[in-house]
Design a protein around this ligand. Sequence first.
Ligand SMILES: Nc1ncnc2c1ncn2[C@@H]1O[C@H](COP(=O)(O)OP(=O)(O)OP(=O)(O)O)[C@@H](O)[C@H]1O
Ligand SMILES: [Mg+2]
Length: 507
Amino acid sequence: MGFAQILSRAESGLVAPLVRVEVHLGSGLPTFNIVGLPAPVVRESKERVRAALAHCGFEFPAGRITINLAPADLPKEGGRFDLPIALGILVASGQADPGCDLATTEFYGELGLTGDLKPVPGLLLAALHAQRQGHGLVVPACNLPELRLVDGCEVRTIRQLAELADRGRLAVQVRENEAGSPGENSAKAPAPDLADVRGQWQAKRALVIAAAGGHGLLMCGPPGSGKSMLAQRLPGLLPPLSHDEALEVAAIASLARERSCAGTGLVARPFRAPHHTASAHAIVGGGESVRPGEVSLAHHGVLFLDELPEFDRRVLEALREPMESGEVSVVRANQRARFPARFQLVAAMNPCPCGRAGQVRPPCKCGPRRVEGYRSRISGPLLDRIDLQLALPAVDAEALMGQAATQRRAESPGTAEALQQVRKAREIQQQRQGCCNARLGPQETLSRCHADTGGMQLLRRAAEQIGYSARSQHRILRVARSIADLEGSNDIHADHVAEALAMRWEQ
Ligand SMILES: Nc1ncnc2c1ncn2[C@@H]1O[C@H](COP(=O)(O)OP(=O)(O)OP(=O)(O)O)[C@@H](O)[C@H]1O
Ligand SMILES: [Mg+2]
């Protein structure tokens, strides 16, 4: 007879609820049961625990062993409960003493049959919750680098189940604390420079405006005009992640089983570029278990959708929810989770299926109906949510290699200079309204983005001539606001509105 309770955590969206692993050893015929909504992989834990205990020379208790994973109605997944279950059996049968307070220490680890501990995916999220609750952690040694971001939390590591036999073997790990914010470090990684892009002055300017105001950007241009090149340069124009943002990004990556930041503790601003054949699950989230998708992996960063019309229509429609609310809900059989998804969208497309529409030599071979069909794959409501829409010309040889190109290259800002402008513009927005211009709602747009008489006249005239909807006019005002902020101007003047108008092509 015996009882033990070991703490651990499950996963539910971006929350890691506490799980009490209760172990009861009773008399009777030998049985070994796990209850409390274990997924098949947790049920298989019995076999791993039994073999590991035997291999490490522990005695497997005779009689009835009942493991309850409480709360019973919370689904439990993964191999992470192997270590708490094995430890619970050892403590209940008086065979182990881990040398730490079981009421304030959480245990994680998947066991191999010889008692070796294997890494637990998604541990960062659990560790962040443990730290907030003032709990210590015992984790597989190979998980330690991932936990560098979590400070102020006592972490012990374990390599082998046999280590539980001696009190004091699990010493607290001294972890090197990274200086400054984990996001700050990302600035040190070499990023591609804006100055590498030849020609395309307007597109480069649009990229800086998009960075300054957090606006979505759609680029339409012939193949090889530099659309992908430009998109890759947007993360470099955004200020480094704050500490909290970096933790959120790392927790989502850890939850999605991405190993990008594991081992280094550095978190760069995300740049996600899913292929157009990606499924809705991959983009929005979901699948076999509730996992974040590309939209959440791009949280606080850039989501680049190349060849936008080629994406599945359902995928494109599903983007509207996160673009509006900055969150996405993922539903699976009996689970539902909400993940953050505040990304900046950069999309690229060719003007027609062959990519040569509007070009004289070589001419476009697609008929008007094919072009129309291609463009109409992107719905109006989605386009409505992209503030900047730009038609890119092809770059000619002169712009690419000529003397003029070299001269103008020196004039146009590189990434470092543009980043300074973006930082200043973002500070102005933060002080004025607490968020970037792209996130202003219709009412706030009217109150915060007031143009002077010249600016309003120009906008009114353009609206009459081109037939801009109220929504389009708001978008133009928001972009004009960002242009004025880049200049440090309080008022929105006619030239700001004019530049914003030039960065819209209405379909
Ligand atoms: N404006 C430019 N300045 C310098 N190099 C360029 C420019 N445009 C294209 N290139 C060169 O051409 C290559 C292809 O460019 P990129 O992939 O950005 O074009 P794209 O517009 O995305 O084409 P596609 O429509 O085929 O995807 C780049 O790697 C770069 O070497
Ligand atoms: Mg491309």
